[in-house]
Write a protein that binds this ligand. Structure first.
Ligand code: PMP
Length: 292
């Protein structure tokens, strides 16, 4: 049995969940999206993800055709209808159907769909061993062009970086901004640990304001670690004691090698594992219940 997809206000079977070839989300990547997870029947950080979605939409002057609370209900309902407990949820809002020109004025009704399904980015063994990362040639989009803070459907910058990482045989690609500072990876934020201080690049360096990133900052402070958001270079990463990536789909992934340099002792760091453990405890405890 396939999934039930929320599409423009209705639930339709996966096979019937189709959009027009004139949709500008497809023709031009004109739209925004979010990726969320539910754990044990509770959606983690639902409000935070929806706030970011509404902000992304605002930044591209796209009006989401549902109010915040309506969208929240639709997301909950999508998980419920698919009877999922642990799920990965994708919300997509596009500019909608227009003509073959790019002018969004011609797109009268945004398209909105929600998929609740599953995801596993990496096999469990990689979480235990840690991953290797390589710096990719493609630079982050400029803040003054397509600001990477917008979670838009225009992900080619990230996809080119992922292709470069794949071609090098690395698991992930580290993306620098135009100044040579580290922004983030292709679909995750980056953290380093140096002398028990947690450091992550600021959003202004070209990083998405990750929801998992915020959770990790909170956890770190709660367990008594100092957190800094500051520009870092590859030198800082190479000489760090620990390094890890964060994202909704990937969760918390230890990094043990970058550009051929072994990080720490080449195994997932103690602080990384502690934060990862606290993160999992939180995902089990917190969240918006789907089945109440
Ligand atoms: N950076 C990018 C480019 C992303 O696409 C994502 C989400 N996959 C992240 C960082 C992590 O953000 P979050 O923790 O909110 O999923």
């Amino acid at each position: 049995m396939g999934l039930l997809i929320y599409l423009n206000g209705k639930f339709v079977p996966e096979k019937e969940a189709k959009i027009s070839v004139f949709d500008h989300g497809l023709l031009y990547g004109d739209g925004v999206f979010e990726g969320l997870r539910s754990y044990k029947g509770k959606i983690f950080k639902l409000d935070e993800h929806l706030i970011r979605l509404f902000n992304s939409a605002k930044a591209i002057a796209l009006t989401i055709p549902l109010k915040f609370e309506e969208l929240k209900k639709a997301v909950i309902e999508t998980v419920r209808k698919n009877q999922l407990k642990d799920s990965y949820i994708r919300i997509v809002v596009t500019r909608g159907v227009g003509d073959l020109g790019l002018d969004p004025k011609k797109c009268k009704i945004p398209t909105i769909f929600i998929i609740a399904s599953k995801i596993q980015l990496y096999p469990e063994s990689l979480y235990e061993k840690g991953i290797d990362v390589i710096t990719v040639p493609t630079r982050r989009n400029l803040n003054e062009s397509l600001n990477p803070a917008i979670k838009s459907l225009n992900y080619l910058n990230n996809i080119l970086a992922k292709i470069e990482a794949n071609n090098s045989g690395a698991t992930e690609g580290l993306i620098l901004n135009q100044f040579g500072y580290i922004s983030e990876c292709t679909g995750e934020n980056i953290f380093i640990v140096k002398k028990e201080i947690i450091i992550t690049p600021p959003v202004s360096a070209g990083a998405l304001s990750g929801i998992t990133r915020d959770v990790v900052i909170d956890i770190s402070e709660k367990i008594g670690l100092k957190v800094k958001e500051e520009n870092i270079t590859r030198y800082d990463v190479y000489t760090s004691d620990e390094c890890f990536l964060t994202g909704t789909a990937a969760e918390i992934v230890p990094v043990v090698k970058i550009d051929g340099r072994i990080i720490g002792d080449g195994r997932p760091g103690k602080i990384t594992l502690k934060i990862r453990n606290e993160f999992h405890l939180l995902t089990e405890k917190e969240g918006t219940p789907v089945y109440e």
